[in-house]
Design a protein around this ligand. Structure first.
Ligand code: PMP
Length: 357
C-alpha cells in the first residue's frame, strides 16, 4: 500500500438498484412511481428559459420551502430541503450524530444508514427486527447517540404504530430521533404532527416516490427551528447551492398539485392491494405493506432463482443477498398492466418450478 493510501477515508459505498434503460422492460426494482409527475412539472421543463441558469439558484430554495410550508402547515423555519432525502439524511447524520455512544437503527432497513455511519465515522448498533420482521420498541429505549427509523420500514414495507414511535422519541429526549418517511404517503400515519411536541424529532420525506420525481432529487425534513438552523449551518458549510433552479421550480409545481398527488397515490395503493391478493393466492408470504412495494417470500420457491427468471423475462425486481432476507424479493408497485404481467409470469413460473427447487 503506498504511504498516501494510509490517509484515505475508506468506505464501502451504497449499492443502488440497477437502472436498465431498454425499451419493453418492466422496472419494479427501485420503488419509483409508475406515473409521471404532476402536469405542472412538464410545463416548467418546456417553458424553461435557459438564460435563467446564468445565475446561481436561491440557496434557501425559498419558493419550495414556502410551498411545503403551505401544504404541511409548518412554519418555514421548521423546513429543510435537499437533493433527495438521501442528501437530507446524510446531512442529518453529519450534523446530529457526533456523540460517543452508538446510534441505533434496525438490522434490516434502508442500507444507506450504515454507509453514512461508515463515511462519517459514527459508531452504530443494529437492532434486530423480530421473527415477524417488526421493529421492537424496547430495543430503542436505552442510552444511545441517536436513532434512525424508517416508517414504513424498507425493504419490509411494514408500518410501525405511531404511538410506539412516540414512546421511542419521548424516551430519547437527549438525542435526535430521525423518522425516515420516504414511503409514508402510501398509507402510513406520519409523525409530522409530533414535531411541535418533541424538539429532538426530525421527520424526513421525499418527492421521489409519491410525487414521481426521483429523477429530480428533492427531499425535505421537518423539525423544530433549532434543528433546522443546525442543519442549514452544516449545509452552508458544505455547499450553499445544493438545489438547482429547475428542480426548485418543478418541486413547487409538484407540491401545489394536491389533486394529482391524491389521484396517483390512490392508484398506486389500489394496485398494491390487488397485487397483495394475487401474491397471496400464489402462496407468497409478506408483511402488510403500507408502502409502494411488497417484500415477499415464497416457501417453495427460491427468491434468487425467481429473481433471475424474472430478469430474463425483462421484469426487474430487487433481490438482496443478505442474511435473513436472501429468500425475499422486493417488488415495487407499477401500473395495473405491469403488475398483471408480473402475476401472469409468476403464475406460470410457480406452476412449473414449485417442485424443482
Ligand atoms: N429512505 C428510504 C427508506 C428509501 O428507501 C429511500 C430510497 N432509496 C430514500 C430514503 C432516499 O430517497 P431519495 O434520496 O430519492 O429521496
Amino acid at each position: 500500500m503506498p504511504a498516501w493510501e494510509m490517509n484515505v477515508r475508506k468506505v464501502i459505498p451504497y449499492t443502488p438498484g440497477e437502472q436498465p434503460d431498454r425499451a419493453g422492460i418492466i422496472k419494479l426494482n427501485t420503488n419509483e412511481n409508475p406515473y409521471p409527475p404532476a402536469p405542472g412539472v412538464a410545463r416548467v421543463l418546456q417553458g424553461m428559459d435557459a438564460g435563467k441558469l446564468r445565475k446561481y439558484p436561491d440557496p434557501a430554495a425559498g419558493e419550495l420551502v414556502s410551498a411545503l410550508s403551505e401544504r404541511y402547515q409548518m412554519p418555514k423555519e421548521q423546513i429543510f430541503v435537499g437533493v433527495g432525502s438521501d442528501d437530507v439524511l446524510a446531512m442529518s447524520f453529519l450534523t446530529f450524530f457526533n456523540g460517543d455512544k452508538p446510534i441505533l437503527f434496525p438490522d434490516i432497513t434502508y442500507s444507506f444508514y450504515d454507509v453514512w455511519a461508515g463515511l462519517f465515522q459514527i459508531p452504530y448498533e443494529c437492532q434486530p427486527l423480530d421473527g415477524e420482521f417488526e421493529i421492537v420498541t424496547k430495543d430503542y429505549l436505552k442510552p444511545c447517540g441517536g436513532i434512525v427509523i424508517p416508517n414504513p420500514n424498507a425493504p419490509t414495507g411494514a408500518e410501525k404504530d405511531l404511538q410506539e414511535l412516540e414512546r421511542i422519541i419521548a424516551a430519547n429526549s437527549d438525542v435526535i430521533v430521525i423518522i425516515d418517511e420516504a414511503y409514508i404517503d402510501f398509507g402510513g400515519e406520519s409523525a409530522v404532527r409530533l414535531v411541535s411536541q418533541y424538539d429532538n424529532l426530525l421527520v424526513v420525506q421525499t418527492f421521489s416516490k409519491s410525487r414521481s420525481l426521483a429523477g429530480m432529487r428533492i427531499g425535505y425534513a421537518f423539525g423544530n427551528e433549532k434543528l433546522i438552523k443546525y442543519l442549514n449551518d452544516a449545509k452552508y458549510s458544505f455547499n450553499s447551492y445544493t438545489m438547482n433552479t429547475v428542480t426548485i421550480a418543478m418541486g413547487v409545481e409538484a407540491v401545489r398539485d394536491e389533486a394529482y398527488f391524491q389521484e396517483t397515490v390512490g392508484k398506486v395503493v389500489a394496485t398494491r392491494e390487488w397485487t397483495k391478493g394475487e401474491l397471496h393466492r400464489l402462496g407468497f408470504v409478506f408483511q402488510d405493506s403500507k408502502s409502494n412495494f411488497i417484500f415477499a417470500s415464497h416457501p417453495k420457491c427460491q427468491a434468487k432463482k425467481l429473481f433471475e427468471a424474472l430478469k430474463e423475462r425483462g421484469i426487474y425486481v430487487r433481490y438482496f443477498a443478505k442474511p435473513r432476507i436472501d429468500n425475499y424479493l422486493r417488488i415495487s408497485i407499477g401500473t395495473d398492466e405491469e403488475m398483471k404481467a408480473l402475476v401472469a409470469f409468476l403464475d406460470k413460473y410457480i406452476g412449473e418450478n414449485l417442485w424443482l427447487n
